[in-house]
Design a binder for this molecule. Structure first.
Ligand code: BES
Ligand code: MN
Ligand code: ZN
Length: 499
């Protein structure tokens, strides 16, 4: 898909379909037949411009037919980039359905600022996403991809085009993360995930290293290896190192993504219903890998090291058991209360490795860690846990800027008590209460006191409810948030302006 920017008076070949975003209860600025249509629909109460409302129609003007797609933005005073993005995505879907490869997006005069253009670019790419690689092509398929979007605006400025392009790039990395999450476990082993990381490294010129079982053992990652024990698939420790700030080599943001390619629960076996979507248990890894790709491709001015302890939590005769006591790379021992609480075991070794070997200064881990997080906050909001208000604040702001929902859970000291074990330093399951919190705090025990934030994305990484921006399945949650965080950390370290 390509985009071009036009002033309202510039000459252009009209698109096959015009997306016309309109505010509620307000006269639109466009004229001609489209305005007549709007008037009719308004009168009939069919289309009022409410946010999310759409109407697609064929109109005849100057002797030719074309399609118009009205997309509601709601009240002008409360409009946000996300509402605009949703309208744009709906329009692009409408164009695909109507087989219109060239689309005009007529930006209302009141929509200004690069945030809107970035969101529009992202929305165009997300709207086209599908996971259909295992489906025979449908001969009745009526959809056709959009090839060109012509942005028609009173502000045809370079900055807006750049922002739209940046949004499109972000959208592509989100879609790539979606592909990884949607890919079933029989077609995506830990090594396949590692291959993909290496591919991202080659594409963006980033250093990526993959350690196999022997090297993982040499590091002392016994908790990680215990989770991998039951599977015939070899685990892989994926390390991605992006260096964009050579002047401050010691300033490194550490990211850990949970990379369980499939979670059966192990001997503490899940029921089928709970297992059905457990190919998604590497959504944290996918988000981290996508964000690393974008940061490297864009050349952001900061250093990031990402780690994924990739393995399968299978069930089998060589697997670890409830009642086992494991060693960790950090030296703390862990009592296995439940083999289905495997994510925190792999993350414990991953974050400790980030801190002690890679020298990360801040650590963020992203994980589909608990059903409890989804029970607490629902399917669209991630749960945040942190003992560092400053770093958490930056992450929270990044979530807002990236258009992803996040809510903080408390991390009082008494919750840590729940992670204690009788015969070991820690237990991997804290009991019935406060499950999302105890899981997060368990990971925090291995960060050596560095500023740390844990994000539980069990809820928002997957959706059963499609909208123009997302099909059923993987959402790619987390990529936007992490990219925004990287961007803000890069910006905040800019040299002062000396003129
Ligand atoms: N991968 C699951 C968490 C999960 C649940 C992700 C639903 C996405 C949707 C995790 O490994 C798990 O099984 N957690 C247990 C922890 C418990 C045994 C302490 C859980 O949430 O039940
Ligand atoms: Mn589990
Ligand atoms: Zn899991």
């Amino acid at each position: 898909m390509e985009i071009k920017l036009f002033g309202t008076k510039d000459v252009r070949r009209p698109g096959d379909l015009q997306i016309l975003p309109v505010f509620a209860e307000e006269e639109p600025t466009f004229e001609g037949e489209a305005r007549e249509l709007w008037k009719e629909l308004q009168k009939e109460g069919v289309f009022t411009g409410k946010a999310g409302q759409t109407h697609s129609s064929r109109i005849r003007e100057f002797g030719t037919y074309r399609r118009v797609f009205l997309a509601g933005l709601g009240d002008r005073h409360t409009v946000r980039p996300e509402t605009f993005g949703l309208a744009v995505a709906a329009g692009v879907r409408g164009a695909m359905d109507a087989k219109c490869p060239v689309v005009d997006l007529v930006v209302p005069r009141e929509i200004t600022g690069t945030d809107y253009y970035r969101e529009a670019g992202k929305a165009m790419v997300l709207a086209g996403y599908r996971f259909d690689r295992y489906k025979a092509p449908d001969p009745d398929e009526s959809r056709q991809p959009v090839e060109l979007v012509q942005l028609v605006t009173v502000q045809p400025e370079e900055a807006n085009l750049l922002a739209a392009h940046g949004g499109m790039t972000l959208g592509r990395w989100v879609n790539r993360a979606r592909d990884l999450v949607n890919q079933p476990a029989n077609r995506q082993s830990p090594s396949d995930l590692a291959e993909e990381a290496l591919r991202i490294g080659r594409e963006t010129g980033m250093d990526v290293e993959v350690l196999g079982e022997k090297k993982i053992a040499a590091l002392g990652m016994k908790a990680f290896l215990a989770v991998a024990d039951a599977s015939r698939q070899e685990p892989a420790l994926i390390v991605m190192r992006y260096r964009g700030d050579e002047e401050h080599p010691e300033r490194i943001l550490g990211l850990a993504g949970k990379g369980i390619v499939y979670d059966t629960g192990g001997l503490s076996l899940k029921p089928t219903s709970g297992m059905l979507t457990m190919k998604t248990d590497m959504a944290g890894a996918a988000a981290v890998m996508g964000a690393m790709g974008m940061a490297a491709a864009e050349g952001l001015r900061l250093n990031i090291t990402a780690v994924v302890a990739a393995c399968e939590n299978a069930m089998g005769p060589s697997g670890y058991r409830p009642g086992d006591i494991l060693d960790t790379m950090a030296g703390k021992t862990v009592f296995v209360a439940n083999t289905d609480a495997e994510g925190r075991l792999t993350l414990a070794d991953a974050v400790y490795y980030l801190s002690s070997v890679e020298g990360a200064e801040w650590i963020l881990d992203m994980a589909t860690l608990t059903g409890a997080a989804e029970v607490a906050l629902g399917t669209t909001v991630a749960a945040g846990i942190s003992t560092d208000d400053g770093f958490y604040g930056q992450v929270e702001e990044a979530a807002r800027a990236g258009g992803e929902k996040l809510w903080r859970l408390p991390a009082f000291d008494e919750y840590k008590e729940l992670n204690k074990a009788d015969d070991a330093d820690l237990s991997n399951a804290g009991g019935r209460t406060a499950g999302a919190i105890t899981a997060g705090l368990f990971v925090g025990e291995f960060t050596e006191g560095k500023p740390w934030v844990h994000l539980d994305i069990a809820g928002p990484s997957w959706t059963e409810k499609p909208n123009p921006l997302q099909t059923k399945g993987a959402t790619g949650y987390g990529v936007s948030l992490l990219v925004s965080l990287a961007q803000s950390l890069a910006v905040s370290r800019k040299e002062p302006d000396l003129d």
